[in-house]
Design a protein around this ligand. Structure first.
Ligand code: HDE
Length: 709
C-alpha cells in the first residue's frame, strides 16, 4: 500500500491513497499486472482466477461457502445503497470554482475567500429536486436545490439554497409536516415527485404562511429548462462580520450567465417520458463540450435600520427583499467546469450543512435557519453512517485542518503520537493544534433577552402581500401559466373542500386569478376569502426582476436546435443552419428516420443523434424541419414525426422549414404560414434570420391559439 502519513491535517495524502485504492490498483508495491492489464483482485488484494463461475463440487454440484470471492462480491453488492436523502434525493453535482470579481465584501467580512479578486477557490455544486425520490424524473414541477460547497482556506463554506428565494414555512418545526404532505401519501406510496395530490394541497391550504411560496411553485420557476438557466438563492438572511465584530445583513444570489429559462407544463410532462435525465444530461453535455456553466455571485447588503423599516421581517424565510429596494450587487462568479469521476463518491456522498460557514460569515435568528443548522449534521450521520463523513474526499476541507477527534466507523485520518486532548503540556512538536482567539471563528455578538415562549415575530403574520406582489410582477403569459398550474394541480385533488379552500386564499392574492382558477375548476360558487391575520398590502410595486420572460437573454447561446432530416437533405442548407447555430453559441442535434444516418445531397452519410421516435421536439429549444420531398412523404406517415411538428407548435417554439416539408405539415394539420414563429428557409442565407429569431426563445403569442380550456 502507498504509505500515507496520518495525523491531523494529512488528509490530502490519505486521499491519494484512497484514490489509488478506488482505481483498483492497490498501491504501488502490491500492484499486480498481467502485461498492461491490472489483475482483478478481491478487496483484500487476492488475485482472482475465475470471475464467471462460483466454486462448486463438480460442474453441476452445490456451491461452496469456501468461495471467499463470491461471498465478498455479493456481500459488497448487497450493501451498495445508502439511505437516500429524505428530501432532495434526486440530485446532480459538478465541480468548478468560486471567484470574487470585486473586493466589496473584503471590508465587510473577515472571510478569507472575499479578500482577493481573481483568485479561484474550488467549489462543488449539487442541484436537486425536493420531493421526488432518487429515481424520479428531472423535470418534475418542483423547487430545485442549489447547494454550493466552497472549499475555502478557512474551511468549507456551504450555501445550501434553492432556485426560489422564499420558502413554504417560517419555522423548522413545520418541516416534517410539509415534506410528509408533499411526498408520496403514506398508505399508497404514490404519487411521487409531484404536488398534485390531496395531502399537499390540504396542508398548504391550512398554512396561510405558504401562500407566497405557492405562487412561486405554480409559476414557471419550478420548470427550469436546465440547471444552467436558473437562479439560486441563499434564502435566509445571513450576516457578514468584520474585524471589529460589526455585522452587515446579507442575502446571497446566483444569477445564470445564460439567462433564465423554463419549459412549459405540457412539454415537461412529455420530457419526463422522453428523457427522465434531461437536466443532468444537459449539464453533463455542456461541461463535456467545453462550455462551463456559470453564475454571477451577487449580494443584497443591508443594515438594522433597513430591517426595521422594511414591511416584513428579514428573519421570515417566506419573504424576499425586492431587488428594486436593495439592489443585488455582483461581486463574484461561480463556474462549473468539471463533471464528477464517480457519481456515488461525489454527488451521492456530498454532505452539505447550513452550519458550515467560515469566520466572517454568521447566522441570524431566522427560526428556519436555526432548525436547519441542527438538521444537516444529524442527517449526515444517518446517511453516511459515521461521524467520519468528513474524511470522504468530497467532504474534506482542502485547507490544512487539525482536530483531536478520533476513532469511529471508517476512521481514515488517524493521528499519530500521544496527544489527543488539549490543553496538554507536550510542546508544539507533539502537542498538536491549539485554539486561536485571533484566527478562530467568532459568532456575531448579539444581546438577546426575552421570555421563553412558542411564538413568532408580529410581521411574520402577513401572508398575502408578497404573494400578490409576485403575481403582479409577472407578464400576462406567466400569469396564465400560474393560473393553469393551479387549475391542473387542484384538478388532481379529489376533495372539493380542499380546492375551494385554496381559492379562498387566492382571493386575498388577486381576485381575477382566484376567479379564473375557480372557473377552471368548475367551482359552482366562489368561496369567501380566507380571513387574513394582517391587512393585505395591495400596492407593493411590481418587481421587474421576478419575471423570467421579461428578463430573457434574447439570444440562443447555450440552447439546442433539433434538425429533422431524411435521405436527400440539402447539404448546403444543413451546413448553413449548423454554422448559424454554432455562431450563436448554441448546439444542434440531427434527428432522422434511422440511427445509421442519412445521405445528403452531396452523397455523404451524416450520422444522426436520434432516431425520430427517440428524439421528440420537446428535447429542443427550437426545431428545423428540412427533409427531402421523398423523406417528407415518408415522415408524413410516421406518427412520431407528426408529433415532432405538433409539439413544437404547441410549445410555442420557433420552427424553420423548407418547402419540401409540406406533406408532413399537411398531415400534422399545421399550416406553416400560421404565425411569425415559422421561418421558411428558401436559401441557406435564411438560416441566420431563423437563429436570430430563436433568440426570443419562444413565440409566446401562439399560446393563446393552442389552449382553449
Ligand atoms: Fe434542507 N435538508 N431543510 N432546505 N436542503 C436537506 O440534508 C431541512 C430547507 C436544501 O444537495 C437534508 O443532506 C430542514 C430550505 C438543499 O445534498 C435535511 C429544513 C432550503 C438540500 C434537510 C430545511 C433547503 C437540502 C436532506 C427546515 C433552501 C440538498 C439530506 C428548517 C434554502 C443538499 C441532507 C444536497 C437537504 C433539512 C429547509 C435546501 C433533511 C429541517 C429552506 C438544497 O437535513
Amino acid at each position: 500500500m502507498a504509505k500515507s502519513k496520518s495525523g491531523p491535517g494529512k488528509l490530502a495524502e490519505a486521499n491519494i491513497g484512497a484514490e489509488k485504492f478506488l482505481r483498483g490498483q492497490g498501491g504501488e508495491t502490491h500492484q499486480i499486472a498481467d502485461g498492461d492489464t491490472p489483475v482483478l483482485t478481491t478487496a483484500q488484494g487476492i488475485p482472482v482466477a475465475d470471475d464467471q463461475n462460483s466454486l462448486k463440487i463438480g460442474p453441476r454440484g452445490p456451491v461452496l461457502l469456501e468461495d471467499f470471492h463470491l461471498r465478498e462480491k455479493i456481500f459488497h453488492f448487497d450493501h451498495e445503497r445508502i439511505p437516500e436523502r429524505v428530501v432532495h434525493a434526486r440530485g446532480f453535482g459538478a465541480h468548478g470554482f468560486f471567484e470574487m470579481t470585486d473586493t466589496t465584501l473584503a471590508g465587510l467580512s473577515t472571510a478569507d475567500v472575499f479578500q482577493r479578486a481573481g483568485e479561484q477557490t474550488p467549489a462543488f455544486v449539487r442541484f436537486s429536486t425536493v420531493a421526488g425520490n432518487k429515481g424520479s424524473p428531472d423535470v418534475a414541477r418542483d423547487v430545485r436545490g442549489f447547494a454550493v460547497k466552497i472549499y475555502t482556506q478557512q474551511g468549507n463554506w456551504d450555501i445550501v439554497g434553492n432556485n426560489i428565494p422564499v420558502f413554504f414555512i417560517q419555522d423548522a418545526i413545520k418541516f416534517p409536516d410539509l415534506i410528509h404532505a408533499a411526498k408520496q401519501e403514506p398508505d399508497r406510496g404514490f404519487p411521487q415527485a409531484q404536488t398534485a395530490h390531496d395531502n399537499f394541497w390540504d396542508f398548504i391550504s391550512l398554512s396561510p404562511e405558504a401562500m407566497h411560496m405557492a405562487m412561486w411553485i405554480m409559476s414557471d420557476r419550478t420548470l427550469p429548462r436546465s440547471f444552467r438557466f436558473m437562479e439560486g438563492f441563499g434564502v435566509h438572511t445571513f450576516r457578514l462580520i468584520d474585524a471589529a465584530g460589526k455585522t452587515t445583513f446579507v442575502k446571497f444570489h446566483w444569477k445564470p450567465k445564460l439567462g433564465l429559462q423554463s419549459v412549459v407544463w405540457n412539454e415537461a410532462v412529455k420530457l419526463n417520458g422522453a428523457d427522465p435525465d434531461f437536466h443532468r444530461r444537459d449539464l453533463w453535455d455542456a461541461i463535456q463540450a467545453g462550455t462551463p456553466a456559470e453564475w454571477e455571485f451577487g449580494v443584497q447588503l443591508f443594515d438594522e435600520a433597513f430591517a426595521e423599516s422594511f414591511d416584513f421581517d428579514v428573519l421570515d424565510a417566506t419573504k424576499f427583499i425586492p431587488e428594486e429596494l436593495v439592489p443585488v450587487k455582483i461581486v463574484g462568479r461561480l463556474v462549473l467546469n468539471r463533471v464528477v469521476d464517480n457519481f456515488f463518491a461525489e454527488t451521492e456522498q456530498v454532505a452539505f450543512s447550513t452550519g458550515n460557514v467560515p469566520p466572517g460569515v454568521g447566522f441570524t435568528n431566522d427560526p428556519l435557519l436555526q432548525g436547519r443548522n441542527f438538521s444537516y449534521l444529524d442527517t449526515q450521520l444517518k446517511r453516511l453512517g459515521s461521524t467520519n463523513f468528513t474524511h470522504l474526499p468530497i467532504n474534506a476541507p482542502k485547507c490544512p485542518f487539525h482536530t483531536f477527534q478520533q476513532d469511529g466507523h471508517m476512521a481514515m485520518i488517524n493521528p499519530k503520537g500521544r496527544a489527543n486532548y488539549e490543553p496538554n503540556s507536550w510542546g508544539p512538536e507533539i502537542g498538536g493544534p491549539r485554539e486561536s482567539p485571533t484566527l478562530g471563528y467568532k459568532p456575531a455578538a448579539e444581546q438577546i433577552t426575552g421570555d421563553k415562549l412558542q411564538a413568532k415575530g408580529e410581521k411574520f403574520a402577513d401572508h398575502y402581500s408578497q404573494a400578490r406582489q409576485f403575481f403582479v410582477s409577472q407578464t400576462p403569459i406567466e400569469q396564465t401559466h400560474i393560473k393553469d398550474a393551479f387549475v391542473f394541480e387542484l384538478s388532481k385533488v379529489e376533495t372539493p373542500a380542499i380546492r375551494a379552500r385554496m381559492v379562498s386564499h387566492l382571493l386575498n392574492v388577486d381576485k381575477t386569478l382566484a376567479k379564473l382558477v375557480a372557473d377552471g375548476l368548475g367551482l359552482a360558487e366562489l368561496p369567501k376569502p380566507a380571513t387574513p391575520a394582517r391587512p393585505v398590502i395591495k400596492d407593493l410595486p411590481p418587481s421587474a426582476a421576478l419575471s423570467i420572460i421579461a428578463n430573457g437573454p434574447k439570444r440562443f447561446e447555450g440552447r439546442k436546435l433539433g434538425i429533422l432530416v431524411t435521405d436527400g437533405v440539402d447539404a448546403k442548407l444543413l451546413a448553413a443552419l449548423q454554422n448559424a447555430v454554432e455562431a450563436a453559441g448554441g448546439v444542434y442535434e440531427l434527428v432522422g428516420p434511422k440511427i445509421g444516418g442519412v445521405t445528403c445531397t452531396k452523397g455523404m452519410v451524416l450520422p444522426v443523434k436520434q432516431k425520430i421516435n427517440g428524439g421528440p421536439s420537446v428535447l429542443y429549444d427550437a426545431v428545423a424541419i428540412i427533409p427531402s420531398a421523398a423523406g417528407a412523404a415518408l415522415l408524413a406517415n410516421e406518427a412520431t414525426a407528426k408529433d415532432f411538428v405538433n409539439d413544437a407548435f404547441a410549445h410555442a417554439k420557433f420552427i424553420a422549414y423548407c418547402a419540401d416539408a409540406m406533406p408532413l405539415f399537411d398531415k400534422a394539420n399545421i399550416a406553416a404560414d400560421m404565425d411569425a414563429g415559422f421561418v421558411e428557409l428558401t436559401s441557406p442565407a435564411d438560416a441566420e434570420t431563423f437563429i436570430a429569431a430563436c433568440g426570443e426563445l419562444r413565440f409566446w403569442e401562439r399560446e393563446a391559439v393552442v389552449h382553449a380550456v
